[in-house]
Design a protein around this ligand. Sequence first.
Ligand SMILES: O=C([S-])c1cc(C(=O)S)c[n+]([C@@H]2O[C@H](COP(=O)(O)O)[C@@H](O)[C@H]2O)c1
Ligand code: NI
Length: 402
Amino acid sequence: MAGTINALYLDCFAGISGNMLLGALLDAGVPEELLRAELAKLPVHGYELTISRVDKGGISAVYLDVRVDESEHHHRNLGDIITIIDNSTLKPTVKETSKRIFARLAQAEAKVHGMTVDEIHFHEVGAVDSIVDIVGAAWALDYLGVEHIYASRLHVGSGFVKCCHGLIPVPAPATAELLCGIPHYQGEIAKELVTPTGAAVLATLGSGFGLMPDNFTSRKIGYGAGTWDLEIPNVLRLYLGELTVAAGQEGLAHQPDEQYVVVEANIDDQNPELYSYVMDKLFAAGALDVWLTPIVMKKSRPATKLSAIITKEYEAKATEIILTETTSIGMRFYPVTRAMANRELIVVGLPWGDVKVKISSYRGKICNVAPEYEDCRKIAEEAGLPLKVVQHLALKEAMSIC
Ligand SMILES: O=C([S-])c1cc(C(=O)S)c[n+]([C@@H]2O[C@H](COP(=O)(O)O)[C@@H](O)[C@H]2O)c1
Ligand code: NI
């Protein structure tokens, strides 16, 4: 028996930008009020999101515009944006996807401008519009349960576009960098049709490019409007549907496998005090997990294996951290696949305070319920209760409502 996986096919005949993608997702059925509620979870203010229905060459499409107050025109680097996302109450999976897209964008910018990822400041209006577009899209894809994104060959446009440095060629340099390995063409239209944000989403999340996959069936279509009025409709066409796959494959597909990498270094000559520091640095740089294993190396030397799981974009950063912060002078990388349960945070109220509880589910069934250790610890210390009792009460409360 065959199964299905939720998927999108993006028809980019007039390009793709962050707001075109989010507009198309809204048109395909993502509720506007839920999107607004999710974006309100970000500690970002001073912007107005307008969502309207417009006519683009006879096609009714959703136009999304982010207007940013003058006071919010900051320059933010990747670290600032990661902090904003981490300080929100968004779902962990939405945070992770958003951070991966931003990291990809920052890497492309760093390459173009000959700088490090940390030195890159996001363009234009202090990245608020990119935060809304990227986090909004990451949440909407999660809301729809989309596991694979396919896109047509991208129409990028041509000519020049004005930026703070003057005129830059279309595709913009960051866009061109992000589209390495992704089929695209320039065409006759002298406008920027694919923006760096649109390219970053596809470069990070795209599973395949070209014609609509043979095993894809569309169920709903949405149109997201671009800003231009062109001789072709300036819209992104989004097909929401499903891929038919062999039995047993459904529910296992997440991001393309090769995006995850384990980096490892065997260390036999380091002051143990340094490990927690380097682990913190790897986590802060985007590692999904970091761990130490006791090992025995050559000449029977007791040693430590430092391992971290990272996404491919963080390879250079992880290399830099391990080489500069440990005594290791080399490391190895190997691609790994991951299968993950869906995770959601709920908050339960105990007489002494609130506790966040992580509810994990797999194929629609709850597979784990775990009260957050730090919340329970705080209550245990403040109320003078055994930690295990607080954990038990939080678990009981969570089980009664989920
Ligand atoms: O201002 C600069 S340095 C600049 C550089 C680049 C590069 O590609 S490098 C691109 N841009 C333009 O900024 C806008 C914003 O794009 P979004 O993806 O945030 O919508 C776009 O027109 C880029 O081409 C500016
Ligand atoms: Ni740039």
